[in-house]
Design a binder for this molecule. Structure first.
Ligand SMILES: NC(=O)c1ccc[n+]([C@@H]2O[C@H](COP(=O)([O-])OP(=O)(O)OC[C@H]3O[C@@H](n4cnc5c(N)ncnc54)[C@H](O)[C@@H]3O)[C@@H](O)[C@H]2O)c1
Length: 422
């Protein structure tokens, strides 16, 4: 069967591998062109599912039309925030085969409307059978072939069964349900309790409190779901209590991890920045995070002042940023912005500022795929912009100068913030 998968994130890529193994014809669509190129060249999704080879049999594309052309089944695996746009693009193009089944594997509700994902899809693409697949299914376990269960829910029993057949393997067991609303509410609302369970872990509150939180949490989810029209028994099943338990205990759950870091006293922004910077699902995440945290380079507001003034050896910086020392030396010779000073022993040492520049260079070369010359130009433009903002004319009048210096300070802060965000 031809299956189109929309979204080559952690879950979408895992599903592509799993369904290919089952003998389906897989077309994987990803909106990020750079990621598509990278996956085609390396036959690996180095951003979201590092370490797993993507066989040539998986067709990878950023053309949504090409991906869904002739597909009997279309899986939506984009984040809930991107669901409407993705469905709208597909609806506008009018290229879906009439009888194709649309399946949501995303967990979440739409902001503002609070619609479920299948409601959002149906709002943009009319006349198709809709299915939601949800349950305790952490992609990293599924891709390793660990036993998993999930629920295929639809108001159309035949559609739910067709999807059950497409996915079912001895290690991936699919149950069916007609409560498409309850299945999706369980998958979305459990995230809130999962963040709270993580906070419980971060605060060191122990198992008693965590169990109480989970038990009371599922009751609240159930009451809320039933008041919206879902069936009460759905929340006692895999996509309710099942998914809640997994997400509250799993070391792979992003929501639980986020809560845990907040529970330890860190700011929401700081934790999210870090998760994005080190791609939470990268195998190197834990290692990077450890080095990052121990380095004192954590840009949290709670960062100690003495850490800001520290100097770092080239090997320490290389380790911290997951680079080789010889690459840093090469960059020193290429980028005039990078000017590590020498310590008393004559060894080059990096300051916080140098480290930020290295991070920026790494980002430009590795993430944005700039060439060395391109990255140099980009850094030069940034520096010129900074200089332009710094070249405020000073006058002989002290008051004018005060105002000019204030304006300069505020501009400078903006530039620093911009660089820090990278
Ligand atoms: N990872 C899991 O274990 C897992 C399991 C079950 C369900 N889910 C659900 O699947 C959905 C996707 O999760 P994930 O873990 O694969 O996410 P991810 O963060 O690993 O990947 C996100 C994907 O969405 C793409 N994307 C980002 N913005 C986009 C946009 N504006 N338009 C189109 N695509 C965009 C990204 O390029 C990437 O391919 C979520 O709703 C999640 O709750 C995930």
């Amino acid at each position: 069967m031809k299956v189109a998968i929309l979204g080559a994130g952690n879950w979408g890529t895992c599903l592509a591998l799993m369904l290919l193994n089952k003998g389906h014809q897989i077309h994987l669509w990803e909106y990020n062109e750079q990621l598509v190129r990278d996956m085609i060249t390396c036959r690996e999704n180095r951003t979201y599912l590092k370490g797993f080879t993507l066989p040539e049999a998986i067709s990878i594309t950023w053309s949504i039309d090409e991906a869904v052309h002739g597909a009997e089944c279309v899986l939506f695996v984009v984040p809930s925030s991107a669901m409407r746009q993705t469905a709208k693009t597909l609806g506008d193009h009018r290229i879906l085969p009439e009888n194709s089944i649309l399946v949501s594997l995303s967990k979440g509700l739409e902001h503002n409307t609070l619609m479920t994902m299948t409601e959002v899809i149906a709002d943009e693409i009319k006349g198709h059978r809709m299915v939601a697949l949800s349950g305790p299914c952490i992609a990293y376990e599924v891709v390793q072939g660990l036993p998993t269960t999930i629920v295929s829910a639809s108001q159309d029993a035949e559609a739910a069964q067709t999807i059950q057949d497409i996915f079912m393997t001895p290690l991936f067991r699919v149950y069916t349900s007609d409560d498409i609303l309850g299945i999706q509410l369980g998958g979305a609302l459990k995230n809130i309790i999962s963040i709270a369970a993580g906070m419980n872990d971060g605060l060191g509150f122990g198992s008693n409190a965590k169990s109480a939180l989970i038990t009371r949490g599922i009751f609240e989810i159930q009451r809320f779901g039933v008041s919206l029209g879902a069936k009460p028994e759905t929340f006692n099943g895999l996509s309710g209590i099942g998914d809640l338990i997994t997400t509250c205990f799993s070391g792979h759950s992003r929501n639980r991890h986020l809560g845990e870091e907040i529970g330890k006293g860190r700011s929401l922004k700081n934790v999210i920045d870090e998760m994005i910077r080190y791609h939470y699902f990268s195998k190197r995440y834990e290692k990077n995070k450890k080095v990052f945290t121990n380095s004192g380079l954590n840009e949290d507001s709670t960062m100690k002042e003495e850490h800001r003034r520290r100097y770092y050896s080239i090997s320490k910086v290389a380790d911290m940023l997951d680079l080789k020392s010889h690459i840093l030396r090469f960059w020193e010779s290429e980028f005039s912005e990078l000017r590590p000073r020498k310590n008393r022993a004559g060894n080059r040492v990096y300051t916080e500022r140098d480290i930020k520049i290295v991070r920026l260079i790494k980002h430009l070369l590795y993430e944005e795929k700039f060439t060395i010359e391109g990255a140099k130009k980009r850094l030069k433009t940034d520096r010129e912009m900074m200089n332009k903002q710094l070249s405020l004319p000073l006058s002989n009048n002290g008051n004018d100068n005060k105002a000019a210096i204030e304006a300069l300070r505020s501009e400078l802060n903006k530039v620093i913030e911009m660089v820090e965000e990278l």
